[in-house]
Design a protein around this ligand. Sequence first.
Ligand SMILES: O=C(O)CCC(=O)C(=O)O
Ligand SMILES: [Fe+2]
Length: 219
Amino acid sequence: MAALIPRPRMRPAPGAVHVPGWLTPDQQRELVAACRGWASGPVPIRHTRLPRGGVMSVQTVCIGWHWQPYTYTRTAGDVNGRRVAGFPDWMVGLGRRALADAYEDPAAGDGYTPDTALINFYDGQAKLGMHQDKDEQSGDPVVSLSIGDTCVFRFGNTESRNRPYTDIELASGDLFVFGGPSRFAYHGVPRVLPGTGDPATGLASGRLNITMRVTGLKG
Ligand SMILES: O=C(O)CCC(=O)C(=O)O
Ligand SMILES: [Fe+2]
């Protein structure tokens, strides 16, 4: 039923755009299959450990570069020491099309070359606190794709993790881009809405999120 109610695209802040229903059902299925492969290795998906001893409720696997709080490396020293899977060219193409569509400018994706993606899996209880994506040495946009259960995504400001922020429901197939003046805005996922996803994506439950970034790193 929810799919019958049109969800307009919106811009919660300059440079930040939500494009509902951007991925086709086929693209969602293909992404789920690709992510399932990456989740099994060479570096298996895991709950990331934080330096102060906490463990994230979200499970994450990275491609291109491995993110470990708060740095990027080619190998996953906090998991099994192996090199992460390469960042595929087809995903670079998807990132470029995402920028062109989000910014409604055919040239907006020109030259965009994401080299890492964090692939996050949320079960019904998982959350992600307000944070900035700031371990990259590049101001290029972050491209975020959501599949499976809908979540509440909180998109804030660049000053602090507090208000003003906008709560947006990200549903299966939605695209969210944050670049320009919003690139270093605080954001988080206060909750997932269990049972809202369509198992036809290949995800029986939970939420998958892919954030592509440009690390700005060499090597
Ligand atoms: O799951 C999301 O929508 C956001 C993920 C995120 O902010 C991150 O991986 O840094
Ligand atoms: Fe983030």
